[in-house]
Design a protein around this ligand. Structure first.
Ligand SMILES: *Cc1c(COP(=O)(O)O)cnc(C)c1O
Length: 384
């Protein structure tokens, strides 16, 4: 069963694509579910098209594999899930503005509240609409991005307690560093969060669901699990860091593949690509893969590899908008139309999201979300 995915638009075949392994996703979700205590709920963070894998397809599969709720960042992302028939709770992360309030009610969304001004405006809107809006109080415990400051809870809690048209569905905080070996700051944040929740209770506010953990916390901070974890990258089979705990059997969900669309034979002294950044010393054979930085591939030169025939082949020359050139001199069998892997496995070789991130001098999150929409998403497996 592969639910249709209107968010992906019509599928135009292209010899370069992002492959999403639904069997791996389902299996990862069940592995994470089994690793968590039964009382801890799973919220899957599917912002930015579930980190580029396609939020509607991912969400449909997730509800069938133990996910209780979803989080997105924008109202549009949440609306897309509602329009596709997802009825599970959806929490909007980040801050809202008053022009978005109508949509919260229309789509039955839960919303993070991190400022007294917005809480007041939301309360007034809910009163005018004759409804109560479910809010999760976002506590800034040290990330200093979104949220009500933990230090001044005695100032803002009494104000919130008077807002009768808000339903205190939850309270949350977010870790600045949960996936490194040193958990000192994460534990400090957790203590601040728990102190803030205790203060809220003394002011008569009893948030129904407490949550703090992203993927790093889910793996490494069991004492912070509380009622729910909010995980984005882990269900995709990618770890938030190289040092966090490993889960047996987790597999990457996303790969990037392309078919060879060109072959060139170089004589000594010939060069490849813009700026002539690669010069052949000996006769070489070059294969052209029809994707480039216009698809999100890092704009490297003479750096990085692709997989062909289960072997690693070096990228030569500069990556252009629509092409990556690789040296296949050592693979004389390579033909036009053959499948290459730019991220993912082939045979016993693998290029991980972390490997690509190293090329881009960035992090795996940026790599997953960075594959552009002009690469079609191709779904494999039924997620069973
Ligand atoms: C993106 C996000 C998450 C998910 O983080 P992962 O590391 O991908 O699990 C959780 N909570 C908040 C507030 C986020 O913005």
């Amino acid at each position: 069963m592969t639910p249709s995915n209107p968010s992906q638009g019509p599928h135009h075949a292209r010899p370069a694509w992002v492959e999403v392994d639904l069997d791996a996703l389902a299996s990862n979700l069940r592995t994470i579910r089994a690793d968590l205590p039964a009382r801890v709920r799973m919220m899957q963070v599917v912002k930015d098209e579930a980190y580029g894998t396609g939020s509607v397809t991912v969400a449909w599969l997730a509800v069938a594999n133990g996910v209780d709720a979803f989080a997105t960042f924008t109202v549009g992302e949440a609306a897309r899930l509602r329009e596709a028939g997802i009825t599970a709770p959806i929490l909007l992360l980040g801050e809202r503005t008053p022009d978005e309030f109508g949509w919260l009610v229309r789509h039955r969304l839960e919303v993070c509240v991190g400022s007294i001004d917005i809480a007041g405006a939301l309360n007034a809107f809910a009163e005018r609409s004759g409804t109560r809006i479910p809010v999760h109080l976002k506590v800034n415990s040290g990330m200093n991005r979104f949220g009500l400051p933990w230090r001044s809870v005695s100032d803002w809690a009494p104000v919130l307690a008077g807002l009768r048209h808000l339903e205190f569905a939850g309270a949350l905080t977010h870790f600045a560093q949960s996936d490194e070996l040193d958990k000192t700051f994460a534990r400090l944040q957790l203590g601040r969060f728990e102190g803030t929740v205790a203060a809220l209770r003394s002011h008569g506010i009893h948030p129904a669901c407490l949550h703090a953990c992203n993927s790093g916390g889910c793996l490494d901070l069991p004492e912070a699990h509380h009622d729910m974890v909010r995980i984005g990258i882990l269900p995709l089979g990618v770890y938030p860091s190289s040092v966090c705990r490993r889960l047996e059997g987790l597999r990457p969900v996303m790969s990037v593949k392309a078919r060879i669309t060109g072959l060139q034979w170089l004589e000594p002294g010939d060069t490849v690509g813009y700026g002539m950044r690669y010069r052949a010393e000996t006769p070489r054979r070059i294969a052209v893969l029809p994707l480039g930085y216009g698809d999100g591939f890092p704009r490297v030169r003479n750096e990085g590899v692709a997989l062909l025939q289960g072997r690693r082949v070096p990228i030569v020359g500069g990556v252009s908008m629509d092409a990556v050139t690789v040296d296949v001199t050592d693979l004389p069998e390579v033909r036009l139309g053959e499948e290459a892997v730019l991220m993912g496995r082939q045979g016993s070789e693998e290029i991980t999201a972390h490997d690509v991130a190293t090329l881009k001098r960035s992090v795996s999150y940026d790599i997953l979300t960075g594959w552009r929409s002009r690469l079609p998403r191709v779904y494999r497996g039924g997620g069973l």
